[in-house]
Design a protein around this ligand. Structure first.
Ligand SMILES: [Mn+2]
Length: 260
């Protein structure tokens, strides 16, 4: 299973990483055959072309399926931010600037992404899962424990968050964005392994894979020195966020097969 962390509009780094892993060719066509590839969310903001990123992901989903492979994509908080900016615009929110639009802008929103967020693209985003269980691993965008507020199973969490993203309940969106800003829940050397263990006990999986918090920030190193995933919390958690928007080169991590 291949996993690629937060793209944040860095389309060129994303395609270079997928090329380097042999998953796409120079023309950006799927070359991964029967491989499984997951995108960990946060396609937008802080980088020039989030729309190109999701357009390629959508195309790769079709091409991979035809080749016997699979491409999955999680929703991240920045994807919720841009959807909220589009849906609620100047309506008050608890984020920076006091409105949904200002919160998105102050989180690195790029106007050209919002201008091109067509109904088809927004519908695709809103339908993305927040959690996934695949190959013995639990995949979540954020290194946080709030998911349990929305459900006690992967299916229940995904249903609830999908319902919110299809609703016009601005309070529920605001609450979701507030939770989604949490991070570093598993970093504490003493408490981290138990915390991630409880998440895995609830939802399943032997290891939790996440993005959201750049590896450089979690490990305290320079983003340009990050060239692979960070396994931590006693081996129970893997951070795959290369910090591409911070200067990280980006990578698609090939995670070894877990025994089922
Ligand atoms: Mn994030």
């Amino acid at each position: 299973m291949y996993v690629i962390g937060d793209v944040h509009g860095q389309y060129d780094k994303m395609t270079a990483a997928l090329c380097a892993a042999g998953l796409i060719d120079q023309a950006h066509q799927w070359r991964g055959g029967a491989a499984v590839l997951w995108f960990m969310g946060d396609y937008f903001d802080r980088g020039p072309d989030g729309i190109a990123a999701i357009d390629l992901i959508m195309a790769l989903q079709t091409e991979a399926t035809a080749a016997g492979g699979r491409v999955g994509a999680l929703i991240g908080n920045h994807d919720v931010l841009i959807l909220a900016a589009q849906r609620f615009a100047e309506r008050p929110s608890g984020g920076p600037g006091g409105t949904f639009l200002s919160a998105w802008r102050q989180n690195g929103g790029e106007e050209q992404d919002l201008a091109r967020l067509t109904p088809a693209r927004a519908d695709w985003l809103r339908a993305l899962p927040a959690l996934a269980l695949d190959g013995g691993r639990l995949l979540a965008h954020a290194d946080a424990t709030f998911y349990q507020v929305y459900g006690r199973t992967v299916a229940a969490v995904n249903r609830r968050i999908r319902d919110i993203l299809h609703s016009h309940d601005d309070r529920a969106w605001d609450q979701l964005l507030d939770y989604f800003s949490q991070r570093r829940a598993f970093q504490d050397r003493d408490l981290g392994p138990a915390r991630v263990g409880r998440v895995l006990a609830l939802y399943g999986g032997r290891q939790l894979v996440h993005g959201h918090t750049p590896i450089a920030k979690l490990a305290g190193c320079a983003p340009r020195d990050v060239d692979g995933p960070l396994v931590y919390a006693g081996g129970l958690a893997i951070d795959v966020d290369a910090g591409m928007y911070l200067g990280g080169r980006g990578f698609a991590a090939c995670l070894p097969e877990e025994e089922k």
